[in-house]
Design a protein around this ligand. Structure first.
Ligand code: NAD
Ligand code: DAU
Length: 360
């Protein structure tokens, strides 16, 4: 791994991974390809550990000519593919861009890699690592065992179905053409630089302003929360020691129901702001109309990551949430920059007003 193309590197997990990788691998050069959609921000790539080893390219994974040029110009030997449309609620109100980016975009990258690496053999030891999600497995009942690498796919949202499609394409490119691939399917990430449309940063963002904290349905849905730095170490372990064509599940073993998780965030904000007019922040919780097709429960077995690669998450939920809240408190300029403008306000109105949620 010398010249790494990171797609979607201006987003949440991709940018955290680039910060991590430049530190962990002092020789590696990183090339970020990002379309800078509403979810991608150049600020996420400021203050990198060694900026001279990083190059940013503004463009889309769907642009085949651009991808072809990048692979050759920078003799890319490793592609780490994060770029995607990622918000389940947006996939329900507008699925088309999910098909375009997650399915057609992944196909475009795979085709470019196949030509450059397998036909023209521009590098000796290439690797295509695909970042995917536990949502491809659908939902669990309360007493079901956790998802594992052999769980059948049963995606329930357009987002999950688009990611499942991309996983199948990646797998097929190994089986059919011998493209050297690995896949990770990870649970819910949280931490610095997550766009405040997702549950944890939205709750911090709203609570700080004394706005209602909208919880879908009865709030008893369960997610398996992983601090983003732990996801970065997992991807690194798979790149170093993972077996080609294998899938690895990554999770955090942190599984409170949504409403309990939001209460934990409120308690941390209470610690920081005991004199706030919004104290206790949990009083801001508001139950609103549920997400259509809402998956009830996720749980991820990480046995393969542990046994084969010796990986384990290092952060428990309490540490991770304290770090996350502290980061958002310290980075109010970042929050203002990424939520400024009409696009974010329009999304909040569109998604929450129709649920009967107060947005002010
Ligand atoms: P994000 O929404 O924060 O960032 C996505 C990035 O992709 C943005 O920078 C965006 O500009 C870029 N992008 C979108 N379309 C593009 C295109 N056509 N060409 C180039 N760039 C494009 O996403 P995230 O939460 O960081 O997720 C990253 C990856 O991890 C995704 O593949 C997602 O499915 C997967 N994943 C996310 C989670 C999670 O909890 N966030 C969990 C498991 C897996
Ligand atoms: O499981 C991995 C997935 O986790 C990733 O693949 C996705 O890209 C990522 O967005 C995330 O999907 P979720 O739908 O689980 O995340 P989200 O933060 O949108 O929601 C988490 C839970 O909180 C879910 O049960 C829905 C609920 N929720 C969410 C929002 C935004 C609320 O109750 N209120 C909200 O306002």
């Amino acid at each position: 791994m010398q010249h790494v193309l990171v797609t979607g590197g201006a987003g949440f997990i991709g940018s955290n991974f680039i910060h991590y990788l430049l530190k962990a691998e002092p020789e590696v050069r990183v090339y970020t390809l990002d379309a800078l959609t509403y979810a991608g921000h150049r600020q996420n790539l400021e203050h990198l550990p060694d900026d001279s080893r990083h190059t940013f390219i503004h463009g889309s994974i769907n642009n085949r000519q651009l991808v072809d040029n990048l692979l050759r110009k920078y003799t890319i030997d490793t592609i780490i593919h994060f770029a995607a449309e990622t918000h389940v609620d947006r996939s329900i109100s507008g699925p088309a861009s999910f098909i375009e980016t997650n399915v057609v975009g992944t196909f475009t990258l795979l085709e470019a890699a196949r030509q450059a690496w397998l036909e023209e053999k521009i590098v000796a030891q290439p690797r295509f690592h695909h970042i995917s999600t536990d949502e491809v497995f659908g939902t669990l009942a309360l007493d079901d065992p956790p998802f594992c690498e052999t769980t059948p796919y049963a995606p329930n949202s357009p987002y999950a179905a688009s990611k499942a499609s991309s996983d199948h394409l990646v797998r097929a490119y190994y089986k059919t053409y011998g493209l050297p691939v690995t896949i990770t399917n990870c649970s819910n990430n949280y931490g610095p630089r997550q766009f405040p449309e997702k549950l944890i940063p939205l709750m911090i963002f709203n609570a700080l302003q004394g706005k209602p904290l909208p919880i879908y349905g009865d709030g008893q849905q369960v997610r398996d929360w992983l601090y983003v730095e732990d996801h970065c170490t997992a991807i690194h372990a798979v790149l170093q020691k993972g077996r080609l064509s294998e899938t690895y599940l990554v999770g955090g073993r942190n599984q409170p129901p949504n409403v309990e998780l939001v209460r934990l965030i409120c308690a941390i904000l209470d610690e920081h702001f005991p004199d706030s007019p919004h104290y206790p922040h949990a009083d801001l919780i508001q139950f609103v109309a549920d997400r259509p097709g809402h998956d009830r429960r996720y749980d991820v077995s990480t046995t393969k990551m542990e046994d084969e690669l010796g990986w384990q998450p290092q952060y428990n939920l309490d540490q991770g949430l304290h770090n996350t809240v502290a980061w958002y408190l310290k980075n109010s300029n970042w929050i203002t920059a990424v939520t400024g403008g009409e696009s974010f306000a329009n999304w909040i109105n569109e998604n929450y007003t129709q649920r009967g949620a107060e947005t002010q």
